[in-house]
Design a protein around this ligand. Structure first.
Ligand SMILES: Cc1cc2nc3c(=O)[nH]c(=O)nc-3n(C[C@H](O)[C@H](O)[C@H](O)COP(=O)(O)O)c2cc1C
Length: 245
């Protein structure tokens, strides 16, 4: 008899323990959720960087014809649809804010290349803009790459005769170049010119860009390229290549 009442008492105690633990868990969970809501309401994400779409670069072009170096680049930022009034530079796949202006990563590298070489700079831009979401751009690239599709470009150079060196700066998209870069390469005659590929990427570097350039411009010399991590890296690379003005 004593044994069974002791057992009952034990069971009661363990049930009470479970109830107490459950109550504590609910209180802790409520505190975490409530605290999170409070924090997000009164202390917005310090990493979030919003920029009005009107402050996003439409592309940089400066063609003086005075240099024998051309820097041509493609950035999603200059080539996508914008439907919102402002963009979040942290969540965007192609946007970096510098001095209050939004640029694509390839555009910033191109500006660095232009600064160090004193070359002309040309933005590769499409008529038919890429969708605004990463997934939309991804799907369109998946449809275009490896096919004969060549998106129409909005800007054209009168001639590339004056240039001996052409620096092509592109983002790595699924280990390849965005197809409008091929539209650009196939529009002109690069015979005898030296082409230097520079890629920006999350991780995968140049991908098959150098091979794609060689296939599109069989009579050009495709020099060793750079998987760029920063504007300073581009400047250093081009200076070592003897291209600093
Ligand atoms: C459609 C799409 C596909 C991408 N695929 C890759 C990839 O395969 N590997 C990689 O390292 N980065 C990939 N990225 C990331 C871009 O290469 C990277 O964000 C680049 O810096 C963007 O340059 P931009 O700002 O000039 O457009 C991809 C980006 C997009 C939009």
């Amino acid at each position: 008899m004593e044994n069974s009442s002791a057992k009952k008492e034990k069971k009661k105690m363990s049930r009470r323990k479970k109830v107490v633990i459950a109550v504590i868990a609910v209180i802790v969970a409520a505190a975490i959720v409530g605290g999170g809501i409070f924090y997000c309401t009164f202390f917005p994400n310090p990493l979030a960087k919003k920029i009005p779409v009107s402050d996003i670069s439409a592309g940089t072009m400066s063609v003086t014809g005075e240099s024998n170096v051309l820097v041509a680049y493609f950035s999603l930022t200059n080539n996508r649809v914008y439907t919102a009034d402002e963009m979040d530079a942290v969540s965007s796949a192609s946007l970096k804010i510098e001095d209050g202006t939004g640029y694509g990563h390839a555009e910033l590298l191109a500006l660095a290349a232009q600064e160090v070489t004193g070359g002309d700079i040309f933005p590769i831009k499409v008529d038919d803009l890429y969708p605004e979401t990463y997934g939309g751009a991804f799907d369109r690239h998946h449809r275009e790459t490896g096919t004969s599709i060549r998106p129409e470009l909005t800007e054209h150079l009168e001639s590339i005769e004056n240039y001996d060196t052409v620096i092509i700066i592109y983002p790595n998209w699924l280990s390849s170049m965005p197809v409008p870069v091929l539209s650009f390469l196939e529009e002109y005659d690069f015979s005898g010119k030296t082409i230097i590929p520079i890629a920006t990427s999350q991780a995968l570097g140049l991908g098959s860009g150098p091979e794609q350039i060689a296939a599109a411009c069989p009579d050009a010399v495709v020099a060793d390229g750079l998987s760029a991590r920063s504007e300073d890296g581009v400047k250093e690379f081009l200076t070592k290549a003897g291209l600093a003005k």
